[in-house]
Design a binder for this molecule. Sequence first.
Ligand code: SF4
Ligand code: SF4
Length: 281
Amino acid sequence: MDKFLDEQLERLDTQHIDFYLLHSLNHSTWDKLFHKDVFDFLNDAKKAGKIRYAGFSFHDDLALFKEIADAYDWDFCQIMYNYYDEHFQAGKEGLNYAARKNLAVVAMEPLRGGALVDGLPEDARKILQDAVTGRSEVDWAFRWLWKQADVSVVLSGMSTLEQVMENLELGDSFSDGLWTLEEGKVIDQVNQVIKKLQRVNCTDCGYCMPCPEGVNIPRNFSLCNDHHMLNDPSAKIRYYGLLDESARASNCVQCGLCVEKCPQQIPIPEEMEHVAALFAN
Ligand code: SF4
Ligand code: SF4
């Protein structure tokens, strides 16, 4: 870790980094870092003036998020958060939990990699357009985040100067912070339309787990639903980027042990076949 930090400073041609993230923590990466004196590393780096604020970005379940938030005196964290993912991963509960511990919270993926704009079902798009004439999908998504006091920063990926200008204008127009109950209902309707397109009615209860082969059944279904509901191209990226190889649907051997444990009576082996084919390279 010391070696990497020194290399990072050298490449950035700087003496210090203001906001330093342990990136993309999940069960697997956290387990490794936890056993490699990561806290000593952060303390020493701060003491040496190499980093000013220490944080972590996160992609896993709420229980692990709280465990990590409690494990160290972090300055900030970064979570996937938008109106569609209000209860996904750390979610709103994680956001509020971190804020109560005085962590600044960065909301990443405010547009879900663009899926809440380009992948929005037409019925959902129409609900937004009918509710407020002329307000864009981007505007709706940002406003939903900006109205939440516990969100410190909305991290939007911008690749052109026009996008930077558009976001600045949106930020200025929201300076009054107004968000009505009616606007909240509009977002609820949009989420209902999206949810109707889900393929697998998995509630993430986890009763089917553990799978003897290591397949993470609910995570695979969640990514599969993302693909079907929002035509989300990042679902495939997350399938390979965030799931260990053994946890992917392609590792299912069709043993059927999980089937009778599922209260939703999902034909898990068949659906695993579908997910594996969907995300096959
Ligand atoms: S059918 Fe597949 S997912 Fe279910 S327990 Fe067997 S290997 Fe795991
Ligand atoms: S038991 Fe069924 S509903 Fe629950 S996580 Fe497993 S697949 Fe999803």
